[in-house]
Design a protein around this ligand. Structure first.
Ligand code: NZQ
Ligand code: ZN
Length: 385
């Protein structure tokens, strides 16, 4: 096992009647900005519940955060935060709203010019406003981590940052509110959480059996519960299991002491930046391609994954690796998530563009052992054309 430091201060409130807890978690007298997306929270009743919980506070609403939240929109919120001297930010919605809120919180305190530098140049965040979250969509884990991913419309770029100042102070997780999700968003959530686990698990063995088994438990739970929620998003128990799985998939726990990869995400972000494809769908395309190229380097973990997660126990090693890749692709496709670039109208010119962007940024050895070179990225995406 590798050396590690593990820190996660996010207080979680999970379940049906947890929204009123918000009031006790925000310091009395704080000016609050309530940040949300395109209006789903009006339809599922969460907006009214949150407003009721905040009735003692001075609240400014800021709606209109897009899926794949935009820097341009977040900066409008930053202006209002400064003008109204807002003390506390409350994100209500999915990962995009929470990510935007983390960026707004950091950008409002950034003193070194344009806050875009936090994303593009990895400038260190030295302080941020406190924030909380109310989660209505299981997928990203943003509710219990320090990451944020923001896109810039004007340049078609998408970058992430991570800071200990970006952990929510608390997150209220609402499986019942997620019951109003359309099946395609449920499928996105299952696949995003699945790939989060893969990015931290499917590398090479480091004698870390507890991390491996935590990871496999999450994968198996997603395989069991995902289809149930996909066919019936208002199945509360299954949604609760999906939501907690997605949170556990990216809150730092399974990453402790093991190598990570994250090159599936780096490539996927480009597909979203250039074509607006949903985040999870970009991962479903990239993952099988990357495994096909790196099957030798990742063989030991692919075999373990095949055996423990999919019960693949017969055949030669090569056949078992093929079976593990096929089972994964079939699982994504069973949730209506297509795994080829042609399904999204993406062609060779986009692959070439991604490869040249990686070279320009000097991203020459991404991920697990630096295996994802521009050449590997090219081959991986070409497998999925
Ligand atoms: O905007 P509203 O109206 O709220 O609608 C949203 C949005 O259209 C809707 N929605 C959310 N909850 C709903 C609902 N519709 C009905 N009922 C509900 N209960 O769902 C749509 C998608 O929402 P979004 O927040 O974009 O989805 P998700 O949670 O999948 O977030 C995706 C973003 O998170 C980033 C992705 O790159 C992408 O930008 N990620 C963030 C990570 C992190 N912070 O750790 C890690 C991930 O790898 C990922 O990169
Ligand atoms: Zn993701």
């Amino acid at each position: 096992m590798k050396d590690f430091e593990f820190y996660n201060p996010v207080k979680i409130f999970f379940g049906k009647d947890q929204v009123p807890q918000i009031a006790s978690q925000i310091p009395a007298g704080n000016k609050v900005m309530l940040i949300y997306g395109g209006g789903s929270i009006y339809k599922n009743g969460v907006y009214d519940k949150v407003k009721e919980a905040l009735k003692e506070f001075n609240v400014t609403d800021f709606g209109g955060i897009e899926p794949n939240p935009k820097y341009e929109t977040a900066m409008k919120a930053v202006e209002i935060v400064k003008e109204k001297k807002i003390d506390f930010l409350l994100a209500v919605g999915g990962g995009s709203v929470i990510d935007a809120t983390k960026f707004i919180a950091a950008a409002a305190c950034f003193e070194n010019g344009d806050p875009w530098k936090i994303l593009k140049d990895s400038e260190v965040v030295k302080s941020a406003l406190p924030l909380g979250a109310v989660l209505t969509l299981p997928a990203t884990g943003s509710e219990m981590n320090k990451n944020s991913v923001i896109s810039r419309k004007s340049t078609s770029e998408k970058f992430s940052f991570a800071s200990p100042y970006s952990f929510p102070r608390f997150s209220v997780l609402l499986p019942d509110a997620a019951g109003s999700l359309p099946p395609n968003q449920v499928a996105n959530g299952v696949v995003d959480a699945f790939v989060h686990v893969i990015e931290q698990y499917l590398t090479y063995p480091v004698d870390a059996p507890i991390q491996d088994r935590f990871a496999e438990a999450i994968l198996i739970t997603l395989i069991e519960e995902g289809p149930k929620v996909y066919s019936n998003p208002s199945d509360y128990n299954s949604m609760a299991n999906l939501m907690w799985s997605a949170t556990m998939a990216l809150n730092g726990l399974i990453q402790a002491g093991v190598p990570g990869d994250w090159s599936i995400h780096s490539i996927g972000h480009e597909l979203t930046a250039l074509h607006g494809i949903d985040h999870a769908r970009t991962l479903a395309v990239t993952l099988p391609g990357l495994w096909k190229v790196l099957r030798e380097e990742k063989k030991l973990k692919l075999l373990q994954y095949g055996q423990r997660v999919w019960n693949i126990t017969t055949g030669t090693e090569d056949e078992r690796v093929d079976a593990a890749i096929n089972k994964t692709t079939e699982f994504f496709e069973s949730l209506g998530i297509k795994t080829h670039l042609s399904d999204y109208g993406v062609k060779q010119d986009t692959i070439d563009k991604i490869v040249s962007r990686f070279k320009e940024r000097n991203w020459l050895e991404l991920g697990d052992r630096g295996l994802t070179t521009p050449e590997v990225t090219k081959k991986a995406l070409e497998y999925q054309l």
